[in-house]
Design a protein around this ligand. Structure first.
Ligand SMILES: C[S@@+](CC[C@H](N)C(=O)[O-])C[C@H]1O[C@@H](n2cnc3c(N)ncnc32)[C@H](O)[C@@H]1O
Length: 374
């Protein structure tokens, strides 16, 4: 069994279909049950593990973990020892790069702590239970403790749970639950609704692992330390990475993002940064960027999971562009965009796999491209 791009076990079925096995790991032997069959592929779950991969732990260090309905399968890799998880992520990135024609050694940054790292979460509640949702179903799992949450987040989980049962948290049909988003900047006392509604309220985006985010920011600061001139930052949010660009006084920073709220926060901290609110998935926005930023020498982007499929159009319209820093939270869309960058004459110089979310197949990528034209 190999690992698929999404971090599932991958086997070739006798029918010729690719089968993606949830919970499967290289070295496992056993039987799986198909849960979905399509023309060319199938999805399956391990049913009986006859011989477990030597990379598996003796038991999963979480009482809620499991792939059955009613269990929490969010930490899909929690049964695997941590070092093999990191090596698997390296292999997945290397394989993706190779498929896109780029062969650059991949540096991995394991998380400083494989548990107790997560600084934000979205809990679900039906007023009786509070936790996460079972993999592939709508069943709410009542989560009493969560080993990946940091201390502040654990306190928040317990503070919320201590209010159960709550009638006003019950969902209205056809919904099966409400959500409560929390991050470790929310003080526990605020989670009682006395200070305003907390149900179904979105919190602003933030990187989910504080320590790994600090390393990413430091890497960006070092990478851009010898840059001078205009830099365009796309998908800037409230300025998490803008901080590190602004620290270089030789740079003139322009930051673009969809949402006005985060931009206003960014401007409060960095009044000299020029900001623009644009929907970057529209062709008209790309035209506007090309008109406004013809002198841009550097591009830094951190798109959502969908990636930035118009990256080729944009960089072909920016004649002075020398470097691109692409921060990605999705290996598949990163691979597609890296291919387009390559086609447009930009070569990958360095790539780092940042393990922001141990126990899950999620991969965060830092990458640095340079034009062939200079
Ligand atoms: C992965 S987050 C990165 C934010 C920031 N760089 C950080 O580290 O906190 C992606 C950002 O893209 C923004 N975004 C989502 N869709 C967008 C769109 N269509 N156009 C522009 N920005 C968008 C989100 O609001 C979010 O701030």
């Amino acid at each position: 069994m190999e690992l698929s791009r999404e971090g599932l076990g991958y086997v070739r079925h006798p029918t010729g279909r690719s089968v993606f096995v949830e919970g499967g790991w290289p070295g496992d032997q056993g039987t799986f049950r198909l849960t979905r069959v399509e023309k060319r592929f199938g999805i399956a779950r391990i049913e009986n593990l006859v011989e477990a991969s030597p990379q598996r732990r003796d038991h999963a260090p979480c009482a809620h973990f499991g792939l059955k309905d009613g269990q929490c399968g969010s930490c899909l890799w929690i049964s695997i020892a941590y070092e093999p998880q990191v090596e698997a992520k390296r292999t997945m990135i290397t394989r993706e790069l190779k498929a896109q024609g780029a062969e650059v050694p991949v540096t991995m940054w394991p998380a400083p702590s494989e548990f107790h790292y997560r600084n934000r979460a979205q809990f679900k509640t039906d007023g009786e239970r509070l936790g996460y949702v079972s993999r592939g179903s709508k069943t709410l799992v009542d989560v009493k403790d969560c080993v990946i949450l940091n201390e502040t987040m654990k306190n928040s989980l317990h503070a919320l749970r201590s209010q159960l049962p709550r009638k006003d948290w019950q969902p209205t049909p056809p919904y099966s639950w409400n959500f409560i988003e929390v991050d470790d900047e929310v003080v526990v006392e605020r989670l009682t609704e006395r200070n305003g509604p907390i149900i179904n309220q979105r919190r602003p985006f933030r990187q989910g692992n504080t320590e790994q985010n600090l390393r990413m920011k430091q890497w960006l600061g070092e990478t851009c330390s010898d840059w001078s001139g205009q830099v365009l930052e796309l998908f800037c949010g409230s300025g998490n990475f803008t901080d590190d660009l602004v620290a270089n006084k030789k740079l003139e920073v322009h930051a673009v993002e969809l949402a006005e709220g985060p931009l206003a926060e960014l401007r409060k901290r960095h009044p000299l940064v020029k900001t623009k609110a644009l929907d970057l998935y529209r062709q008209t926005s790309i035209k506007e960027l090309i008109r406004s930023y013809r002198n841009t020498r550097y591009l830094v982007l951190d798109p959502p999971r969908d990636g930035f499929r118009m990256i080729g159009d944009l960089i072909r319209g920016l004649p002075k562009l020398e470097r691109v820093i692409y921060i990605s939270c999705n290996l598949h869309t990163f691979g597609l965009d890296a291919f387009d960058l390559n086609k447009a004459g930009f070569r990958l110089q360095a790539i780092v796999g940042v393990d922001q979310f141990p126990q899950t197949p999620h991969i965060e990528i830092l990458s640095h491209f340079k034009t062939l034209a200079t």
